[in-house]
Design a protein around this ligand. Structure first.
Ligand code: PEP
Ligand code: CO
Length: 455
């Protein structure tokens, strides 16, 4: 079997890679732009824009991921399912940033591990969808694919290349503020008293937060009294970015050859992942991801066959580099059956990966056509993920969440919820354009839970 897999992987990589070699391949999920002239114009403009991130930052993340692979660090990835133009504001960026810092302090103080943070932000605008069309008022219309491709409004569903440029500019604004916040300890050291008044909620009991907030405040006090609060050494403030590299026209335009090493980096983001729906071996997305030097993620559900995973890993990481591949498993109720098989085969072939749990995408439910997820299902998948890895002797390296700092009502539950009427709950403050996110309270509760099971 080893020989066959090796042969297939060599056979699939004979053509030389270029940033646009994906165009020779069959593709899934990509929009069909009607106006090719405009598309070319936008691609050319984007290819001359400054990169959003640069190669030394990407290399730093890779080094941190190597530490994660060895169990010396933990990875916390999270953010919106889809960023939107509508929700973009400095308040939202600052609050999301503070949620990362807050969660990081909980994880650090409980586990003693360094934490690497990657925000699903500054590029998470294009969405794979299960269907190309939907029926609205008996009319068949193209589905919404994310603000970088088309708009939610039903008369604006035609893919528009200009939206890539708009998403680039918004990403630049977001990154600019994130970088500034990372250097400014006022924003990373939280004033718990202010937070308490910000966090008034008639949906959650905030008492449970008091103890957590007080513990966080104590940690901040220790850090600030030792003048460590904004030190890079404690690695508290730095926030990397990541998104699904779905819209290859955009990703190609932001891919640059590094002037020092001649290696290609996708400079739209530090980290990119291939989605569950675009990870077919000989297709366009895998082809593009083969040539970029960024660390990458691969989303995998229970539907992947072990041999298929091995082929993918050989194709995407032929040198078996450390810190290169995050296998982001999202298996829902199938995890107990599916994950051990994948762990066994990855061990058998001695392939280097970082195991990350996405407890969101295998746990979708629907109530009266409103997409939701139950907090308890999410916790269940997280618990199985950690237990299975501990039993197998592999390292559970990270967590990947869809979350926001708002008090949204998109996922149901959490131990501190006051009212249980699910339907009414969902209608209270449902803002997501795509999948349901954990709100502030649910995220903190889950992070607290995770911080108790990391060893
Ligand atoms: C996502 O992360 O928003 C997503 C669509 O995930 P997946 O590819 O795992 O379904
Ligand atoms: Co999603």
């Amino acid at each position: 079997m080893k020989k066959i897999i090796l042969f297939i992987s060599i056979a699939t990589s004979v053509c030389a890679w270029t940033p646009n070699s994906w165009k020779q391949k069959q593709s899934k999920q990509l929009p069909d732009y009607k106006n090719r002239g405009t598309l070319l114009k936008i691609e050319t403009i984007l290819s001359k824009k400054p990169p959003l991130v640069i190669s030394p930052e990407i290399d730093n993340l890779k080094k941190e991921l190597e530490e994660i692979e060895r169990g010396e660090r933990f990875l916390f990835m999270g953010g919106d399912c889809a960023e939107t133009f509508r929700e973009h504001s400095s308040k939202q960026i600052i609050n999301n940033y503070q949620l990362f810092i807050f969660s990081t302090i909980i994880l650090m103080t409980k586990t003693g591990k360094k934490i690497t943070k990657i925000a699903r932000a500054a590029g998470q605008f294009s969405k794979p969808r299960s269907n190309d069309y939907e029926m609205i008022d008996n009319k068949k219309i193209p589905v919404y694919k994310g603000d970088m491709i088309n708009r939610e409004s039903i008369d604006k569903r035609e893919p528009d290349p200009f939206l890539m440029l708009r998403a680039y500019h918004q990403s630049m604004e977001t990154l600019n503020l994130i970088r500034a916040l990372s250097y400014s300890h006022k924003y990373s050291s939280i004033n718990v008293q202010n937070w308490k008044t910000d966090l008034m909620s008639n949906i959650y009991q905030i008492d449970f937060l008091t103890e957590i907030l007080n513990n966080v405040q104590s940690s901040i006090n220790v850090l600030s009294s030792s003048e460590l609060e904004n030190s890079w050494n404690i690695n508290c403030a730095q926030l990397y970015t990541g998104h699904e590299g779905m819209l290859l026209h955009y990703e190609e335009a932001l891919t640059r050859k590094d002037r020092f090493t001649d290696k290609y980096y996708d400079c739209s983001s530090h980290f990119l992942w291939i989605g569950e729906r675009t990870r077919q071996l000989n297709y366009a997305h895998v082809e593009f991801f083969k040539g970029i030097h960024n660390p990458i993620g691969i989303k995998v559900s229970h539907q992947i066959e072990p041999w298929e995973l091995i082929q993918l890993l050989l194709a995407l990481n032929p040198q078996n580099e450390h810190g290169k591949i995050c296998l982001i498993t999202r298996m829902g109720e199938h995890i107990e059956d599916a994950l051990p098989k994948l762990i066994d085969v990855v061990k058998k072939y001695n392939l280097n990966v970082i195991w990350v749990c996405d407890p969101m995408h295998g746990n979708g439910k629907s109530i009266n056509n409103i997409k939701t997820r139950y907090y308890n299902d999410i916790v269940k998948e997280v618990d199985h993920f950690f237990n299975i890895h501990y039993k197998k002797g592999t390292i559970p390296g990270g967590i990947h969440l869809e979350m926001t700092s708002n008090d949204v009502t998109e996922c149901i539950g959490g131990n501190y919820i006051i009212k249980e009427n699910n339907e009414k709950f969902l209608n209270t403050n449902y803002l997501s354009s795509c999948d349901p996110r954990l709100n502030f309270f649910q995220t903190v509760e889950l992070i607290e839970h995770i911080s108790n099971i990391i060893v």
